[in-house]
Structure formats: C-alpha cells, structure tokens
Write a protein that binds this ligand. Structure first.
Ligand code: BGP
Length: 465
C-alpha cells in the first residue's frame, strides 16, 4: 500500500453534530425528520411537532465533544476524517448574501483540531441536508435558484478553508435520487417532497440536473480559489449481479447499473449519456436545461470518485419495469437485511475504474449492528470481520488489478444516528457512545474491540489485518 494512503473514518453533520439551534444555525431539513426504526420509516413534516422525537437535534453532541472525539480518532491513527459541513450552519436560511460567522468559526475549530494531529479533513458540502427554509420557500432542488445559493455556499467554504481542506465532495450519494420508490434521504435531503399526481421521474431528472450544474460550478470555483483543491463526486455504488445467465437477466443487470452510472457519467464525463437521452425521448421527459448549463457540466468535471459501498444486489428481468431487485441466496445479511459481499467491493472498484480511469476514494463502508456494552467492553468481532474482509478485497483491487484508490474511510468513525431509520441502536462506529435511541444515557465514549484492531491496521498500513 502506498504510504500516502488515507486511512480514516466518516460521518455526516446532521447525524452526529447535534447543537441544532446553537451558534445561530438555521433549521435543516433533517431537523424536522422524526425518529423511525427498522419497520417504520422516519417522517418529515417541515415543522417541529411536540409529540415527536427528532434524533438529529442531539446526534451524539459532537458539537460540544469534538475535541475529545478527534483526540480518539488521532489515537486510532486516522490520517483523514471525512465529515460534512451543515449548510444551515453557514447560511441559516440559505438565500442570504452574508454567511453566519459563528458557523464558520465552529468548523475552523474542528479543522484546526484535526490538523493539530495531522488528520486531513475530507469535506462533503451537502450530505442529505440543506436549510429547511429553502425547502419551504423554494421547493428545494426543484428550483433553479438553488444553484446560485449552493454556489455561494460552496465559494464561502472554499475561500474560508482553502488552507485547511484539500479534498471536497459536493453531494452525498447523489445517485440515491433515482430510488423514487423510496425517496428517503436523497429526496428529503434535496428538500423535495412528492406532490400528488406529479411525474416523479421528470422531477427526479430535473432535481439531478440542477445538482449536477451546482456541483460543476462548485468544481470551477474551487479551482479558481485554490488550484490544488480536489473536488470529487459521491456515489452510492455496489455491483448489481444478473440473477441468472439468461441473457435477459444479464441485460437487466446492465440496465440496473446504468441507473446508478447515469450520475457518475455526468459528473465525470461532463455530458449526458446516450441511454439517458433516449430514455427522455421515449418517456417524453421535458427538462429545463440551458446551453450554459451544458457548458458548465463540461467545465466542472470532478477530480476523483468518492463512493460508499455496503452491499451488492441482484437484478432479474421483468417485462414491465426492465428489471426487479431480488435477494441473493448465497450471501449472509446484517440485521437490517443488507447482504454482506466483500468481493463485491473488488468488483465495483474494477468496474468503475475501468469505466473512468479516475482515482477512487472509498468514503463509506461499514457494518451496522446492535452492539452490546458489557462491563465497559464492546466485543464487535462481527464488525472486525466485515471490515477485514473488505479491506482484503480492496487490497487485491489495488495490488492485483491496479485500481487507483486514494483512501478508505469506514462508516462510521464513531456511533451516530442512522440516516435511514433514525436509530442510534444501528451502530457502525469504532467508538461506542453511551446513548440510546432517545439520546438518553451518559454520552460517554468507549473504545470498541474494533478500535484497537483498526489502530493496528492503520499503523501497519494495512499489513496486519
Ligand atoms: C449511506 C449514507 C450515510 C449513512 C450510511 C448508512 O447511505 O451516506 O449517511 O447513514 O448510508 O446508512 P444507515 O445510517 O441508514 O444505516
């Protein structure tokens, strides 16, 4: 492994910061998302209702514990720490001309604390969130004006942190927008709720287009501010296998992957792929796309591909919808039904690298589980197994297949609120936080078994697994 390989861990502002009304932060769309669980989706109301609990308000209170937590990351030997900036901390409403100085200072402190230990901050500008005000007043990313607001926010961050942050990403898992059956996360994070009888597919492509343009403009502004800054995209990836060797199923697998690749194709190549143009023609999809937008897409292609990998899936031919997703009988699953497939990581690294020849950054990979704290000890061997097997496959992709991988930041550096369910009980971290789903508990941090294990992995640069 290359000596400069970026080992670290990842989190997202809305899932761990807390302090939701401190430092003149505005409300985020995630601040009005109630708790859910494995069987019940979270609800979003655009108002804070008295009878609901909102897990993001407290998160794990990193806002007040950042020194203690970053010290623990340093103890593990992190070379980098992936976090996101909360947009409403910087622009509380989203459409103001001047940023909130207190919000900017907060991230100065966080970045300084990281840099003190030689930890490189890796920053996502929008991780499933935005100012609630933009969602209510403008309809979120349905509205072209959002491009200007995002660009202003990005410029503010690039200028302010140009000496502290080198690696940036624009929109987290932008390709989750395609998942129109489950609009959770990417849709709610884009400040968009379905309207009755709307053409959901058309809306999805329009939101995506505005985000692509906003991202491309951010890339250009970053280069103007500091040419050495690197801006990447962030995709949710994982191979989609055909359910059999029937050519119909093979084609179904390709079509299913195209739905994910559509987003990286635009980010990386700077233009819309032909399979999408044909789809728009066929489905009579009408979009607001200007010539200037298309120029922006070309000028603002990304420097690297950040992606999350948790699981693989299977596609089976379906007459009506091209394909349907089915379960893989050969793979074990997590308690939340996510198929465990380390080889899938090597496969996707190969596929994506061959497609684009751009450096890749694994910015999320991890195992959500119900951890048990017993006498101050958390034995999370299942997590160690998961991560070990994935790192082994990543190493094969690098050493045997020649894939260029910049770093690995498992999800999550520390226990945080789950994005999909709102639980804290779905834990991913190397550090246990003594809080329950209602944020009750001591809040004390404990090193899990995986903490000591990962520390050795980093100090041996991936040799001791
Ligand atoms: C990704 C998101 C993260 C994160 C992770 C785990 O989709 O980028 O924000 O939460 O998945 O998902 P969950 O928290 O739902 O288990």
């Amino acid at each position: 492994m290359n000596k400069s390989f970026l080992w670290g861990g990842a989190v997202a502002a809305n899932q761990y910061e807390g302090g939701y009304q401190e430092g003149h932060k505005g409300l985020s769309v995630t601040d009005v998302m109630s708790a859910g669980d494995v069987d019940h989706p979270r609800e979003i109301s655009y108002e804070i209702l008295d009878d609901k609990y909102y897990p993001n308000h407290y998160g794990i209170d990193f806002y007040h514990h950042y020194k203690e937590d970053i010290k623990l990351f340093a103890e593990m030997g992190f070379k980098c720490f992936r976090l996101s900036i909360s947009w409403p901390r910087i622009y509380p409403q989203g459409d103001e001309l001047e940023p909130n100085e207190e919000g900017l200072e907060y991230y100065d402190h966080v970045f300084d604390e990281c840099l003190k230990y030689g930890i490189e901050p890796i920053v996502t500008l929008s991780h499933f969130e935005m100012p609630l005000y933009l969602a209510k007043k403008y309809g979120g990313w349905r509205n072209r004006k959002l491009i200007t607001f995002f660009e202003r926010y990005a410029i503010t961050c690039f200028k302010r942190y140009s000496k502290k942050v080198k690696y940036w990403m624009t929109f987290n898992e932008i390709n989750n927008l395609i998942d129109t059956d489950n609009p959770f996360n990417a849709w709610t994070g884009a400040g968009v709720l379905y309207e009755d009888n709307e053409n959901i597919e058309q809306t999805m492509y329009q939101i995506s287009h505005y985000q692509f343009v906003a991202s491309a403009r951010a890339v250009q502004r970053a280069k103007e501010i500091n040419a050495s800054m690197q801006v990447g995209c962030m995709l949710h990836f994982g191979p989609i296998y055909p359910s059999s060797c029937n050519p119909q199923d093979i084609l179904a697998g390709i079509k299913a992957m195209d739905k994910r690749y559509f987003f990286s194709d635009v980010h990386v190549r700077g233009y819309y792929p032909t399979y999408t143009l044909k789809k728009w023609e066929r489905s009579n999809i009408q979009l607001d796309i200007t010539d200037e937008d298309l120029k922006d897409l070309k000028r603002g292609t990304v420097d690297y591909i950040g992606f999350s990998y948790y699981k693989s899936t299977i596609a089976e031919y379906d007459k009506i919808q091209d394909f349907i997703e089915v379960q893989n009988p050969l793979l074990k699953k997590s308690d939340w039904g996510w198929a465990i497939d380390p080889t899938g990581l090597r496969i996707i690294l190969n596929e994506v690298y061959e497609r684009y020849q751009k450096p890749m950054f694994i910015v999320e990979n991890g195992f959500g589980a119900y951890d048990k704290l017993e006498n101050g000890i958390i034995n999370d061997d299942y997590r160690i197994d998961y991560l070990r097997n994935h790192i082994l496959e990543m190493k094969k992709a690098i050493e045997l297949d020649g894939v260029e991988v910049m770093g690995y930041t498992p999800w999550s550096a520390i226990d945080i609120v789950s994005a999909s369910t709102g639980e804290l009980a779905k834990r991913y971290g190397f550090i246990y936080v003594d809080l329950d789903d209602q944020a009750k508990g001591s809040g004390r941090r404990y090193r899990k078994a995986s903490f000591e294990w990962y520390k050795r992995v980093i100090s041996s640069n991936g040799e001791i697994l």
